[in-house]
Design a protein around this ligand. Structure first.
Ligand code: ZN
Length: 278
């Protein structure tokens, strides 16, 4: 392929961060954790291997996802409990916070709502950072394993991909048919999953998750939430997914409630007036 004479010069232009985080309200992590220390556990569900479980968290509540029996990756969907059309927006969350979620990062909802749904207030895998391959934990760059891509690539049908697990969980939670529920299932936060892009070809890769039983990630609910978590059929995602081959373990979701941090209020709908220039 021919290159222009100034190709190196063009490549050498320094990047600019699209959305400098300084323009976002910094979370008061200390305040969240202090409040959590006085919260009581009000519920728990287990996402069984190759299946999903749903859970509700009121605004001001907390939910914690824990590895309990072995290394396992979870695919998380979140909806505003009052309107399933408002759901987690992994793309904008990625644009605002980067490819992998860290302590203090927010999970944002889709347009035209675009408000904080939840804030990461604890992460026992925060030490991982980025490894030598460019891999990190808790990505918002993947989508979710699904039977359609499976059919495209292998020709076979597998019914316990995260997409299907989340569809069944949402259908059961809301009394919807599978077809009605499926359209609300969306791109996930890949909890505990270790992923990145290959440096040479830019391909999405996964590798064995560093998660071990006892590890957890904890979220503060900024609005009323309905959540669903799938224990991915890929297990720790070290080799394969979309099949029954990998060793899979359950994931625990616990919900905590109590006196919210002083001054805290549920996040408000985005203030843009939706006039779109007319
Ligand atoms: Zn999956």
């Amino acid at each position: 392929m021919t290159q222009p004479p100034d190709a190196d010069e063009r490549r050498a232009v320094a990047p600019v961060v699209c959305y400098p985080p300084e323009t976002l309200d910094p979370p008061d992590l200390e305040g969240y954790l202090k409040a959590l220390s006085g919260y009581e556990k009000t519920g728990e569900v287990i996402a069984q291997p190759r299946d999903a479980a749903s859970f509700k968290v009121p605004a001001g509540g907390v939910f914690r996802i824990s590895s309990i029996e072995g290394p396992q990756v979870g695919d998380l969907n979140l909806w505003y409990a009052g309107d399933l059309n408002e759901r987690f927006f992994s793309g904008k969350t990625r644009a605002l916070h980067g490819t992998h979620m860290n302590l203090g990062d927010r999970l944002w909802s889709t347009l035209p709502y675009l408000r904080t749904m939840a804030t990461v207030i604890e992460d026992t895998l925060g030490w991982y950072g980025f490894d030598a391959f460019g891999g990190g934990v808790h990505d918002v760059i993947g989508t979710r394993c699904d039977p359609y891509t499976g059919r495209l690539l292998s020709g076979g049908d597998y019914h316990y991909c995260c997409h299907s697990n989340l569809t069944r969980a949402l259908a059961d939670a809301r009394g919807l048919s599978l077809a009605e529920a499926e359209v609300y299932v969306h791109d996930v936060l890949n909890v505990f999953m270790c992923t990145g892009f290959t440096r040479d070809t830019g391909q999405y890769f996964m590798k064995a998750s560093p998660v071990r039983p006892g590890d957890h990630i904890t979220f503060f609910a900024e609005i009323d939430l309905l959540g669903a978590l799938s224990a991915c059929p890929g297990g720790d995602c070290s080799t394969s997914h979309s099949s029954d081959e990998a060793a899979c373990y359950p994931l625990l979701v616990e919900v905590f409630e109590g006196d919210v941090p002083p001054g805290w209020k549920p996040s408000k709908l985005n203030a843009y007036d939706r006039s779109h220039g007319r």
